[in-house]
Write a new protein. Structure first.
Length: 240
């Protein structure tokens, strides 16, 4: 009997780490320094609306957040501008945006979920290849280094680098190519059903849906904590 999986990949945001304080609180705090008083809840609502607007405008673009640092910066600038447009735009806007963009690249506004380090250490100790597959800009690599996560991750596949975003098959195929294994030997874990579960299964990978805020019936394994993942990866694979 051998292990069922060779590699375990993870989504990043809301799977391994999350902003702390919230996006709305960080935006509001920064805007206050530019003379704009707006509630975190109003910013959160505007952020979600603007996110959907920009994604709709991008249509079928395989990498909506851009390729490389410059593209990513432009996308986020447009998102921040659209978020504040009905709320009052901090001025000078360029300085405000640069402060925000730099802030979200700093480890002190991100928190690693309590179960992450222990589970990654356990996976590495059991001989699994580990990695991240994320729709993120080029700030993620240094961020994961600063948070101590790259000690336990062998590979990192970013949409801003490979030019394709989840759930597109190409980004998952790029991860598989790095490890050199067939899809059936890889497992992907993430909190977004469409991007992480549907996307991974489209290329033949196995997928687990992480639901930290509560279980939900689904056509795939669902876990509430990454600790539950260890039971899944320990399932043996019968050869022959």
């Amino acid at each position: 009997m051998t292990k069922r999986f060779t590699a375990v990949f993870f989504d990043a945001a809301n799977t391994l780490l999350h902003p702390q304080p919230s996006v709305g609180e960080l935006y509001a705090r920064t805007a206050r320094g530019y003379g704009v008083e707006v509630s975190a809840s109003d910013i959160e609502a505007g952020f979600r609306r603007s996110w959907e607007t920009l994604q709709t405008q991008a249509g079928q673009d395989p990498v909506r957040y851009g390729i490389g640092e410059a593209d990513g910066r432009r996308w986020w600038r447009a998102l921040v501008a659209e978020t504040f447009r009905p709320l009052g735009t901090p001025q000078p806007f360029d300085a405000f945006f640069e402060e925000l963009y730099t802030l979200f690249g700093q480890p002190d506004v991100w928190r690693v979920f309590p179960d992450v380090m222990e589970v990654l250490q356990s996976l590495k100790g059991r001989g699994f290849v580990t990695g991240v597959i994320s729709n993120w800009d080029t700030r993620l690599g240094p961020l994961l280094e600063d948070l101590g996560l790259m000690r336990y991750l062998d590979h990192m596949v970013l949409s801003a680098v490979v030019g394709w975003e989840k759930p597109h098959p190409r980004i998952f195929e790029a991860a598989l190519a790095l490890v050199g294994i067939p899809p059936a030997r890889a497992l992907h874990v993430g909190d977004n059903y469409q991007q992480d579960v549907v996307g991974a299964r489209e290329v033949g990978m196995h997928a687990v849906w992480l639901r930290r805020r509560g279980a939900q019936a689904a056509d795939c394994p669902v876990i509430l904590s990454l600790h539950e993942l260890l039971t899944i990866v320990d399932e043996p694979h019968a050869e022959g």
